[in-house]
Design a protein around this ligand. Sequence first.
Ligand code: BMA
Length: 313
Amino acid sequence: MSNQHTELFLRHQRNPILTAADWHYPVHSVFNAGATLLPDGNTLLLCRVEDRRGLSHLCAARSANGVDGWQIDPQPTLLPDPDHFPAELWGIEDPRITFVPELEKYAVVYTAYTRDGPGVSLAFTEDFHHFERYGVIMPPEDKDAALLPHRIAGNWALIHRPVSAPRVHMWISYSPDLRHWGNHKLMLESRLGAWWDANKIGLASPPIETPQGWLVIYHGVRQIASGVIYRLGLALFDLNAPDRCLKRGSEWVFGPEEPFEVRGDVDNVVFPCGYTIAPDRDTIFLYYGAADTSIALATGSIHAMLKWLEGHS
Ligand code: BMA
């Protein structure tokens, strides 16, 4: 028997592809970026930027190839606005972007750092210059959320991760109007005991819609004596009933290994919030925060992930 496991993701040799040193104004760290392909073919990353007070805002970076030549907004793109949205008191974090064809807009679902912990906030934009805020749509503590790109049986669907100690799971909720949410369903439970995804999991990037189902990359948080390890796993959900799990991988598929993933503000973290899909409709560019310090890129194949789930579920 060989000691080899399948590598589903290939790290880019230029990693980390974005760091605080690339910014035009003083920042402490850049990580956990949402991602999308713009109509002009450029890749847009909406990066979480932590300033030197410890508070985060979002800043857009655009690139023709999604790897280098980033045009970074000279000023913050979306700042917390605690005067009008008190929930944004201690910053805004970890955006997940979904293009919504029905609205012809991008939904940006992000964490608002409220006085009572993280809550889920929603904003819409057409151009990543102007944003229409909806405010908090899931009260604290809740985070790791993304909107599905279209309605399911007439309702919008939001994946999110409420905190209900001691174990936390992924939930999905539905809304007729993007403002009132209900029909809450448990989507994926954290495992128990020694598992890599025991006790605490959360959505990583927004789900990938495939003919076989919603392919979900999620993170699992392993508590160890020296801290935590954030790793990634795969699961597949029914297209028409996305709370129905069809397959769940047993092993993690990506974890911190490189020095910039192992050491940083928070050691041992890989944390994707977005991806783009190449013109071949199979290659994904997965953008991940590394150790809460920089942004890195790994490529993978949707087909290979689905095939792996067949054998490892
Ligand atoms: C999570 C989030 C992420 C962060 C990760 C590791 O709970 O706060 O923003 O990258 O922890 O610190």
